[in-house]
Design a binder for this molecule. Structure first.
Ligand code: ZN
Length: 311
């Protein structure tokens, strides 16, 4: 729970208020990036419904029900996730027959649908039946990273709960907890606020090569080494072919320049100022690229400016 209040304070308060005021919806759509706590929140929600020993209005996390929900062994909490690429209609039918069976422990049931955007049309239609005439005591929790792919007919029957992207600091903490080094975590958090994207980057061979190449280029630039110029032709234009890769090149460079500037601010103001001007050049380069100037031209111009700046 600590983790949830910290990760998603707004959502947490919103849902807790619904519980205390007994104004729960039949269906919720948890929408947000991977790693924003949707699964844990869904579990907490189910515990809230079944906990036999609420503590100051919050699920205890320790009673038999809370524990079984955490272990995904509670007979009245169902979870559906895609089999392969999609959630198939057979899965929905199996759920339907499970739900219609008697002999449940309580009259409450919770269905958690992971990656709800992967429902195909038939599955979605099957789900719509639940949403149109919700069975007594059933709560549906739909989780998605792609709100735009959820059919409007489904969306409009759910209360949509927005999970906020992580702050750079929190993203960094999560990456560190995953065993990613501090330097890499800092770089990734400067490039994206999406945990999923950060993890994707860190596992991507191209990204790791790109990052090393930019670090090398930055070294040449810092030393006013004209090899920086050759390096653009020899290495960078081969490595950064796609437009989005090229944009990323300047974003990675921006990280290195900024980091160096910040480190110098206290010790060497004059040098820090030079890096500050380089930082402006890097930002300008990104803009030129966006305005369709060729990557090689932008990179070479930046190199010339950098050498002059430090001269
Ligand atoms: Zn409990």
């Amino acid at each position: 729970m600590e983790n949830l209040t910290e990760m998603q304070p707004v959502v947490f308060r919103q849902l807790q208020n619904s519980f205390t005021s007994h104004r729960l919806a039949h269906a919720y759509l948890f929408e947000g990036d991977q790693g924003t706590g949707k699964e844990v929140m869904a579990q907490w929600f189910a515990q809230h419904l079944f906990c036999t020993n609420l503590q100051n209005g919050y699920p205890c996390g320790k009673c038999n029900n809370c524990v079984r929900i955490k272990e995904q062994e509670h007979p009245d909490v169902f979870e559906i996730k895609p089999e392969g690429q999609t959630i198939k209609v057979d899965q929905m039918r199996a759920l339907q027959s499970e739900l219609s069976k008697s002999g449940f422990e309580t009259n409450k049931k919770v269905v958690i649908i992971q990656k709800a955007e992967t429902m195909n049309v038939n599955s979605a239609n099957s789900l719509l039946k639940f949403l149109e005439e919700p069975p007594q005591g059933l709560t549906l929790l739909l989780l998605t990273q792609a709100l735009g792919k959820i059919l409007p007919t489904i969306r409009s029957r759910c209360q949509v709960i927005h999970f906020q992207a992580l702050s750079a600091e929190k993203l960094q903490q999560r990456l560190l907890a995953d065993g990613i080094t501090l330097k890499t975590a800092e770089l990734l958090a400067s490039l994206t606020n999406s945990y999923a994207k950060a993890v994707e980057f860190s596992n991507d061979e191209w990204f790791n090569e790109a990052r090393q190449a930019i670090a090398q280029w930055f070294d040449y630039l810092s030393q006013q080494d004209l090899q920086a110029f050759i390096y653009v032709q020899k290495k960078l234009i081969k490595l950064f072919k796609e437009k989005d890769q090229q944009a990323l090149a300047f974003e990675i460079l921006r990280y290195y320049v900024k980091e160096t500037r910040d480190a110098l601010l206290l010790s060497d103001e004059k040098k820090a100022l030079a890096y500050n001007r380089l930082l402006e050049e890097v930002l300008l380069s990104g803009q030129k690229l966006a305005a369709n100037v060729a990557f090689q031209n932008v990179a070479e111009q930046l190199t010339l400016h950098a050498v002059k700046l430090h001269a």
